[in-house]
Write a protein that binds this ligand. Structure first.
Ligand SMILES: [Zn+2]
Length: 235
């Protein structure tokens, strides 16, 4: 949360410095400074800033003293009469000296805020992803007396109920290549069995459930960033 606040404050500060630079720069170029400063402050600062630096500030025209032809101040000679244009870049240079500090501070602040913001976002996502129940690239068959699933990334809890009638043996097997799974068997609220892939990443067991004939056994599976496959079925 602190990182988020710092990031937000830095973005605000970088906006202010960029706005200061744009204000002075626009004023020295005869571009309306108020509009561009307001745009920077109240819209996406970096977007408007790019638009301004890349397009708008390039647009400075001067008039030929000889024939009144208007052209860009980048050209030394008049395009119509060939008169040497009087380009006075003194103001601009003077302004730019002091102005570059605003620009540099603005950009440094913006980059730091993006860096801190990214760390904040990354931390939030990676913290949450441990708790988000997801199954990535999984193939699953889960009905009646069968639960078969393979997955590249499985997180969270799943349950399945097995009705014990004619088939009383629960065949449990798995192969967990990374991460872990934890399995618990319940008869109602009562826990019957518990096993996990930390003890046995490659596991196969036949569990006799003939004592629970006529009831429903709940299998609870808890996966943590698991990669592999599981197979539970009654036989
Ligand atoms: Zn001219």
């Amino acid at each position: 949360m602190i990182k988020f606040l710092i990031s937000a404050i830095l973005i605000l500060l970088s906006k202010i410095f960029m706005a200061l630079w744009v204000y002075k720069d626009a004023k020295s170029r005869g571009i309306d400074p108020v509009i561009w400063t307001l745009l920077i402050l109240f819209f996406s600062g970096s977007l408007i800033f790019l638009l301004y630096t890349l397009i708008i500030r390039k647009e400075r025209n001067i008039i030929c003293e000889n024939c009144n032809f208007i052209q860009s101040d980048n050209l030394i000679y008049c395009g119509r009469c060939g008169n040497k244009m009087k380009i006075d870049r003194h103001d601009e240079l003077d302004n730019n000296q002091g102005n570059k500090t605003f620009l540099a501070i603005g950009i440094i602040l913006l980059i730091s805020s993006i860096a801190i913001g990214s760390v904040f976002i990354y931390e939030t996502i990676s913290k949450d992803i441990d708790n988000i129940p997801i199954s990535l690239m999984s193939v699953r068959t889960k009905y009646n007396d069968k639960w078969k699933e393979s997955f590249r990334y499985k997180n969270g809890e799943n349950t399945h109920k097995f009705k014990i009638k004619d088939k009383t043996i629960l065949n449990c097997s798995w192969n967990i290549e990374s991460g872990s799974i934890e399995v618990k068997l319940y008869d109602g609220d009562k826990q019957i069995r518990e096993f996990n892939s930390n003890d046995n990443p490659d596991y196969n067991e036949l569990i006799d459930l003939s004592d629970y004939k006529g009831s429903k056994i709940t299998l609870k599976l808890k996966a943590k960033k698991a990669l592999g496959k599981i197979h539970f079925f009654l036989e």
